[in-house]
Each structure stands twice: as structure tokens, then as C-alpha cells.
Design a protein around this ligand. Structure first.
Ligand SMILES: CC(C)(COP(=O)(O)OP(=O)(O)OC[C@H]1O[C@@H](n2cnc3c(N)ncnc32)[C@H](O)[C@@H]1OP(=O)(O)O)[C@@H](O)C(=O)NCCC(=O)NCCS
Length: 194
């Protein structure tokens, strides 16, 4: 008889040190729309010039990102200490053959710099590798976003390249940085390589 290892469920798959990941709720949407429309935040998410968009356009976008239907996974981020809704994370565009998906995150400005983004990034990366069986997770970040770069580097992402002077913002040109993290690199970080 084969010695089969029984897979244990991971009770902390959606719970980190500071945050929990949960389903998108209707009451999260006004916050997400406000953050997305705030020019001080939207400059980190899109190359577009600051362009306010109506909630009627943004709400379907956030719902789509949170479908969890096998084509994308999106969760609201809540603080463990008080259950406050603080942000949103997604893994989107999975390529089934190559087992690769793209990571994106927003933490509301009033909740930033408290470790939530770093913890949510680590958690979603673990979810992608341990629960979804991904081989690779990648992302794009603008060079003028040192806070995101710090959070991503802490989660193990490595810079793989940059499109030089590709983003025009506030009268200047900036690089667009590509980062990636492979499953075996993540496993080595966890100290759980078989
Ligand atoms: C980027 C983002 C997810 C980070 O989450 P956060 O909760 O604010 O950040 P954290 O508190 O987890 O950690 C930020 C890290 O950046 C560091 N940091 C902050 N400002 C920095 C700066 N100007 N230069 C270098 N490092 C900086 C902090 O020191 C911290 O690192 P540490 O824990 O080692 O001290 C969040 O700020 C956010 O959503 N911003 C707006 C949207 C966005 O940028 N999304 C990502 C698009 S690619």
C-alpha cells in the first residue's frame, strides 16, 4: 500500500498577522470608489492622467475583480484588530498553461503605512502558490511608488525589468517596473522546500 500524505487544510489561508482576506461586500464599494477617484492614489494604479470616473463605472469593475470564478481572485482586506475594511487585493489574468497570474493591491490612504499592504501582499502570494497552485506571480509598479516597491520586495518579488521613461506624470517621465516571484523562491522563503 502506498504511503499517501493526507493534505491538511490550511486554516490560516486567508488570515495574516495584521489582516484577513474576505469577500467583497456592498458596503466596501463607496470606499473603493473614493480611493480610486482620488488623484493622489490613482497615479499609482494607472498611467492615465488623473481622470475621475463615476461610481456607476467603477462598481462593476470592482465586482468583476472579486468574482472568484476561476478567472480571477479578489478579496477585500480587513484589519484583524478592529475588522475595518482597509483595502482590496487581486490575482488576475491567470494563464492556465503557464500557471501565472498578476497581483494588484490598493490600501486606502487613511490606512496606509501600518503594515496592512505588506501583510496582504504576503497573504495573497501565499494563497496564489499554496491554494491556487500557481508557478509564478507578477506585477507592474511605477518607479515613483517606493512604498509599493518596499512592500513587494519584502514579499519576495524581484525586479525583472523596466520600461524606461514610459510613464508621463506631472511633467516628468518615469520608469514602469516589472517584478516577479516564482513558486520555488517563495517556498525557499517559507523554509518549506520538500
Ligand atoms: C503600496 C501599498 C499597497 C503599501 O501598503 P501599506 O500598508 O501602505 O504599506 P506597509 O505599511 O505595509 O509598508 C510600506 C513599506 O514601505 C516603506 N515605505 C513607505 N514609504 C517609503 C518611501 N517613501 N521610501 C521607501 N520606503 C517607504 C515603509 O517603511 C514600509 O516598509 P517597512 O515595513 O520595512 O518599514 C499602499 O500604500 C497602497 O495601496 N498605495 C496606493 C495604491 C498603490 O500604490 N497600489 C500599488 C500599485 S503597484
Amino acid at each position: 500500500m502506498n504511503d499517501q500524505t493526507v493534505a491538511e487544510p490550511n486554516p490560516s489561508a486567508l488570515t495574516g498577522r495584521k489582516v484577513r482576506l474576505r469577500e467583497l461586500r456592498d458596503e466596501d464599494l463607496p470606499y473603493l470608489c473614493t480611493w480610486w477617484s482620488n488623484p493622489s492614489q490613482s497615479v499609482f494604479q494607472t498611467t492615465d492622467a488623473p481622470t475621475p470616473r463615476p461610481s456607476s463605472e467603477l462598481i462593476p469593475m470592482f465586482r468583476d475583480w472579486s468574482k472568484n470564478d476561476g478567472t480571477r481572485w479578489g478579496f477585500s482586506v480587513e484589519a484583524k484588530e478592529d475588522g475595518a475594511f482597509v483595502g482590496h487585493v487581486t490575482l488576475f489574468g491567470p494563464n492556465v498553461k503557464d500557471r501565472c497570474a498578476t497581483f494588484a493591491i490598493v490600501i486606502g490612504p487613511e490606512h496606509q503605512d501600518r503594515g496592512y499592504g505588506s501583510d496582504a501582499t504576503r497573504l495573497m502570494v501565499s494563497y496564489g502558490f499554496a491554494e491556487l497552485g500557481l508557478h509564478r506571480i507578477e506585477l507592474q509598479v511605477f518607479a515613483y511608488n517606493p512604498r509599493a516597491l518596499a512592500a513587494y520586495r519584502k514579499a519576495g518579488f524581484i525586479e525583472e525589468g523596466r520600461r524606461r521613461s514610459s510613464v508621463y506624470r506631472n511633467g516628468a517621465w518615469h520608469d514602469d517596473i516589472y517584478m516577479g516571484l516564482l513558486r520555488d523562491e517563495w517556498e525557499a522563503q517559507q523554509g518549506n522546500v520538500a
